[in-house]
Design a binder for this molecule. Sequence first.
Ligand code: AMP
Length: 119
Amino acid sequence: MMSYDDNNIFAKILRGEIPCEKVLENDHALAFNDIAPQAPVHILVIPKHPYESASQFLQNAADSELVGFQRLVGEVVSLKVIHDSGYRLIANTGRNGRQEVPHYHVHVLGGRDLGCMVF
Ligand code: AMP
């Protein structure tokens, strides 16, 4: 991807340059605990290939990557601690979405009442 910043923190995690608290992994995606959790469960799911945004990922990823990523999200939300009580998936994107790390990621939040959606 032309605009992808290879030095972003998630790229470094994927290259093994900095550690993460891994939760689950498959061929196409990695799930790890957020370093500053906003809820008792706060897991990030990222594709292993370099996509900056949701649109870049959804429009350009191979079918196998799309399936692999979604399956890993599915496994994460099946974890007993949030499966029964519910959870929220968030993908902050770009400036208005307040995306801090320019590598596509889905936040999985749960373990408490998350309140109303903020618009
Ligand atoms: P976003 O605003 O959607 O880009 O969120 C980026 C998220 O990455 C934030 O919730 C951060 O707490 C999280 N984060 C930043 N650095 C790390 C790291 N080294 N390991 C795990 N999570 C991180």
